[in-house]
Ligand binder design. Sequence first.
Ligand code: MTE
Ligand code: MO
Length: 346
Amino acid sequence: MAMDHLTGPGPRPPRALLDPAAGVREIKLRPHQMAEPVTPAADLFVLAHFGVPRIDAARWSLIINGLVGRAVSLDYDDLLRRPATTVEAVHQCCGSPIEPTVPTRRVANVCWRGVDLAALLDELGVDRRARFLWAYGLDGGAFGGVSCDWFVKDLPLERLAAGDVLLAYELNGAPLPPEHGFPVRLVVPGFYGTNSVKWLWRLHLAADRAESPFTTTFYNDRAVPEAIAAGQPARRPVWAIAPEAVTVSPAPNGEVSVGVPCAIWGWAWSCRGVSGVEVSVDAGASFARAVLEPRREWAWQRFSLTWWPSTRGAVQIQARAFDADGTSQPADGARNAVHSVLVTVT
Ligand SMILES: Nc1nc2c(c(=O)[nH]1)N[C@H]1C(S)=C(S)[C@@H](COP(=O)(O)O)O[C@H]1N2
Ligand SMILES: [Mo]
């Protein structure tokens, strides 16, 4: 149903009750605890800048407006009635926007189910001037010394063409828990978690990026001077996930036995998928190619390598992932810096 008021900035929904009414950062698993291929919802990290809105699905609706042929307001049942898509995808928090070069290894792999956004927008019609999708959450407040009415993110519409951007209402086969975005969140597989706006209330198509703290202030990486000299932009939005690997086993500070084969294994992922993983058992001095499982949809990929420890003492194990285009991970100074695990050979 098209509505006149949807062509403007849109009605302001009442501010949702936030419970808790303060930022949430629950990191439940360290890499050595990420044994499950699909992370149980109860083990999934929770990141919320302002708190957790408590929303009644019966009173919720989503506005889609801006550079669309037909602006609409959809309620929860409208979305449930549409064809559903299920997508398995790695889900990663890029870390603190205040410390963008600190690795945090907040990562999981989950199944989302919801409405395919590209198909929905096709039905509404997309104006050819539209280049960005702005997504609004029902939470807002002060963060990092600035304040905003709503948590707003934007992403290039080009990403929708690659498929599987969802208006998700299920996580691992059950309705989204409140802390993960109930009733409906955006899910952008292959992009860092910050782009997957929870507690959605508005999508707006525009020719330009959205001006807001979480689009053009925070979550923009600074290029190094050499990259700028080579023509790269000085600031780059934190969108596509860079290649990364974590070692699940052996666990840090564990003991392995000399002469006994040890299975080194873990997960590797990147926006475009991982083409290879290399493992080092000498603190990065040399690397050997690991066995890598193929990718399912947007999921992380298992790597493994059998190692025969031959001398006693401390060993630093590292794993590095290679992107489809051959780029790998920096040794340090980046959110996707190589993960190291220290073990003792006894
Ligand atoms: N509305 C809203 N969406 C949000 C956030 C938020 O604070 N508000 N945090 C983002 C960040 S930084 C991350 S990493 C993911 C975390 O999703 P999860 O808590 O469901 O694991 O949600 C993103 N979506
Ligand atoms: Mo995040």
